[in-house]
Design a protein around this ligand. Structure first.
Ligand code: MTE
Ligand code: MO
Length: 325
């Protein structure tokens, strides 16, 4: 079972033989890199680091969902399952792209409940099992672009955040929504370091949070969400830089005043509250004009609002997006 497997595997449980096999596979793919690039022009093998403890697609429990064609991208190749689940940012497990896949199996994702507090008429909790049963799950193909300059196209499973928020009846004072990740350093080993202020926090304006594209995700590629991708529940906001899409959420707090997100707190001159994907506003240390789709060799132009301009530009009409970066 998923819950047992993901929580029970410790590094001490992995046999020497498994480690040996995975190393061998990794070495083979690394050694084969020159050939792969020469013949297919693909760099995807570069994005397959240590997978010793990551579950394969077949090992994750299946999750059924209705395809939402309206909200899905069309005509784009999907990023491979392996790349999407082994090349991750999840600083709670370390700073390397391979750390989440290697260490996130230590995280216990059951029992799990999400607290909804603040400016709501009916504050309370929702258990993850009730969320899985209580919301109509949809598959939506979204593009997600990291502020570091790479992007992915992933078939997420989940539902609009607005459906969950409405159950708690936001008050007229609810102008912003703040999200919080679990803080449990015994399982999230990266939290023993002070690279960021824990718990990881993110925020949205209420209209951004209520936008139908803004998704709470519980799965990907027809499966339950792997721990390294933010199990059991994470946000996906496709027109904003990837760090806004906070993982492993335990708290949603509605506020009258704008909250300060983790990245904003750590480097306010580099990361703003909005963090909309914008090729015209460079990060102070690098351009945001182009990006590399994982698996591609050549870079491509980054699109305004990550390609979701038609759907979301009206949220920002009249705003100076260079000032509100
Ligand atoms: N709690 C938490 N959420 C997080 C992060 C993190 O370090 N901690 N990293 C963010 C960043 S920088 C990106 S690009 C995306 C990556 O999501 P993925 O690994 O599922 O592609 O998760 C975001 N959510
Ligand atoms: Mo990112």
């Amino acid at each position: 079972m998923f819950i047992k497997r993901t929580t029970a595997i410790k590094s001490s449980d992995i046999t020497d033989e498994t480690i040996y096999k995975n190393r061998r596979q990794f070495m083979q793919s690394t050694l084969g890199l020159g050939m792969a690039v020469a013949t297919t022009g693909s760099l995807s093998t570069l994005f397959l680091p240590n997978t010793a403890q990551a579950l394969t697609q077949e090992e994750l429990p299946a999750l059924t969902a209705t395809k939402n064609e309206t909200l899905s991208l069309t005509g784009e190749d999907l990023t491979s399952f392996d790349a999407a689940t082994t090349y991750n940012n999840f600083y709670e497990f370390g700073m390397d792209k391979s750390d989440p896949a290697a260490y996130a199996s230590k995280l216990k994702t059951r029992p799990w409940s999400i607290a909804v507090t603040g400016e709501v008429a009916k504050p309370g909790h929702l258990d993850i099992e009730d969320i899985l049963k209580g919301f109509a799950l949809e598959e939506r193909i979204y593009r997600l672009r990291c502020v570091e300059g790479w992007s992915m196209v992933i078939p997420w499973i989940g539902f609009s955040l607005s459906a969950l928020l409405k159950r708690f009846e936001p008050t007229g004072n609810a102008k912003f929504v703040e999200f919080e990740t679990l803080q449990r350093p015994e399982e999230m080993l990266g939290q023993k370091s002070r690279v960021l202020q824990w718990p990881y926090r993110e925020g949205l304006r209420i209209d951004e949070a209520m936008h139908p594209l803004t998704m709470l995700s519980v799965g990907l590629y027809g499966r339950m969400l792997p721990n390294q991708n933010g199990a059991p529940l994470r946000l996906v906001v496709p027109w904003k830089y990837g760090f806004k899409s906070i993982k492993s959420i335990v708290k949603i707090n509605l506020l009258e005043t704008q909250p300060v997100s983790t990245w904003e707190r750590s480097a306010p001159s580099e990361y703003g509250f909005y963090s909309n994907v914008n090729p015209n506003v460079p990060h102070p240390r690098w351009s945001q004009a182009r990006e590399r789709r994982i698996g591609d060799f050549f870079k491509r132009d980054t699109l305004m609002f990550n390609g979701y301009e038609e759907q979301v530009a009206s949220l920002y009409s009249g705003m100076d997006l260079k000032k509100n970066f």
